[in-house]
Ligand binder design. Structure first.
Ligand code: UN1
Length: 511
């Protein structure tokens, strides 16, 4: 399969900033985007400069004044049409995601589907930006709370979900009446450009002001800390490593801005002696090697009951062997595991395997770089399985690659403790048919993660739930449930229609 990227509006050299329908003639140097599949050049981008950013910011500020007074359901209608436009371009955009990021085409399609889903969710939400009404303690007073737009939302996205993460943030921000400035990962700029091109017709048809949906590609040395520090941006949403999140959060926190942080995970699956092992194995393999282990929700640790440990281990290694000939070009329909995003990711994978062995870990499968004509540029690896202990330094660390640790447990309490004894707290699950174990895992003494599942894997969350996690994962929530509230400012209103002054708490203050 080959799709002509001109269908997505990708030219050999592309401007690096857009205010929605319009594109800036960016003035920076050129960056080339190479495919992790074979290292070939896909296209180039002319980076934005600080002047370009200021121009875009002015547009965003102007647009906000107009967009915030468009009725929310009308904003929802625009989002509905954006969803339609994405649906029309699903195959092409899914293909570009695979080409530029390296995930398999099927997962590229899944990612675009997540965007379509969040559009539909946001359309409904646009009629449900509800506050509560409260009973006042004072006679003939009324109290309620309401949600207003917050202003400009900065969205910093990561390479691994180069389009969907923008969708979760931008669609909720848009129905909330906010305007967005999207700074995509420098590893996947073309995906961002394609998304902007896809939505531009909808924006034009609906006379959406220029500056509601902004996108800017700039080097971090040009737009990095200063972006986080920009007081004109009340909310910054960051998806990335814990290290990046910590840095951005400190800068935004210093100016008392708001953040939504969606950072690293170190996700475990507890496999109980009461699990349906067939089903467990299928979920575990997808969770660990899917997206070549580059989801923040990827399964990194298996916490296995000692009585089924050897059985699970054998079946797992057999499963890994059986997919070893399905590693390769992610565009090929037969492929299950594509390349890692770049050479640095491969080196991090190899380093972690070396280090964990020094700590006492036992490599029982994979862990090597694949070479040969099917693996053109050195980004392909054989997913690894390592027997380890939870407290090892490498096990505590998130390696963004298909590296799975096996850990043994005896009691459910021990399993839960191991699940929680890592710095991160994103996703977790237990496979068990035993109700008591499942409930323990979900209770206040259970998993400390933002996501806790029973009998399904750590990755592949639906958009309808709030997505995010605790501890080093950053505490933010995106996507479904009531995550929309983060994109709005909340106001409590009390109205006195008594014709008299009445102080709360019964205080008298006569003069
Ligand atoms: C991420 O890896 O940053 O739950 C997000 C999942 C996807 C999102 C992953 N829906 O795996």
């Amino acid at each position: 399969m080959k799709i002509d990227l001109r269908n997505l509006g990708i030219d050999p050299v592309n401007a690096g900033a857009s205010t929605g329908n319009g594109w800036l003639e960016t003035h920076g140097d050129e960056t080339a985007s190479f495919s992790p599949i074979d290292g070939s050049l896909i296209a180039k981008v002319k980076n934005a400069t600080l002047d370009d950013y200021e121009h875009l910011m002015a547009k965003a500020q102007e647009a906000y004044l107009k967009w915030r007074i468009v009725p929310a359901p009308k904003r929802g209608e625009v989002v509905r049409q954006i969803g339609e436009a994405l649906r029309k371009h699903k195959e092409e955009l899914g293909y570009l995601v695979a080409l530029e990021m390296g995930k398999i085409y099927e997962e590229g399609l899944g990612e675009v589907q997540e965007m379509i889903d969040i559009c539909e969710f946001a359309v409904g939400q646009s009629r449900l930006l509800n506050g509560a009404t409260m009973h006042s303690e004072r006679q003939f007073h009324r109290m309620y709370d309401q949600y207003h737009p917050i202003g400009i939302v900065g969205i910093i996205t990561s390479f691994n979900f180069p389009v969907a993460v923008w969708g979760w943030n931008a669609m909720l921000a848009a129905i909330a009446g906010d305007v967005v400035i999207w700074k995509p990962s420098s590893k996947t700029p073309l995906c961002a450009i394609a998304v902007q091109k896809i939505i531009s017709e909808t924006l034009r048809n609906n006379q959406v002001p220029e500056g509601v949906f902004n996108m800017i590609i700039a080097k971090s040395s040009v737009l990095g800390d200063n972006f986080a520090g920009d007081k004109r941006i009340p909310l910054v949403s960051v998806t990335g490593s814990t290290e990046v999140g910590r840095r951005v959060s400190a800068i935004v926190g210093k100016r008392l801005g708001k953040t939504i942080l969606e950072l690293g995970g170190n996700n475990a699956v507890i496999i109980s002696q009461h699990a349906d092992l067939e089903m467990t194995l299928q979920s575990v393999v997808f969770g660990a090697v899917g997206t070549c282990g580059q989801r923040c929700t990827s399964t990194r640790r298996l916490i296995i009951h000692e009585s089924v440990y050897e059985n699970v281990k054998d079946r797992l290694v057999a499963a890994y062997k059986s997919i070893s000939n399905r590693i390769g070009d992610p565009i090929d329909k037969e492929t299950l595991v594509g390349p890692l995003v770049d050479g640095t990711a491969v080196n991090n994978f190899l380093y972690a395997i070396e280090e964990v062995q020094k700590e006492g870990g036992k490599l029982i499968y994979g862990g090597t770089r694949l070479t040969g004509e099917n693996y053109p540029n050195g980004n392909y690896v054989l997913p690894a399985v390592v027997e380890a202990e939870n407290h090892y330094k490498m096990v505590q660390h998130e390696t963004f690659a298909p590296l799975l640790y096996l850990i043994k447990y005896r009691t459910i309490e021990e399993a839960i403790r191991l699940n929680n004894e890592v710095p991160q707290g994103l996703s977790s699950c237990i496979f068990t048919e035993n109700l008591v174990e499942a409930e323990k895992f979900l209770s206040e003494t259970g998993s400390d993660c933002g996501i806790a599942n029973v009998n399904l894997g750590t990755s592949g969350a639906e958009i309808g739930g709030a997505f995010g996690g605790e501890k080093d994962t950053g505490g933010g929530r995106e996507s479904g449930s009531d995550a929309w509230k983060a994109y709005m400012r909340r106001q409590t209103n009390t109205i006195n229609f008594s014709g008299q002054t009445a102080l709360a708490q019964g205080i008298t203050f006569d003069f």
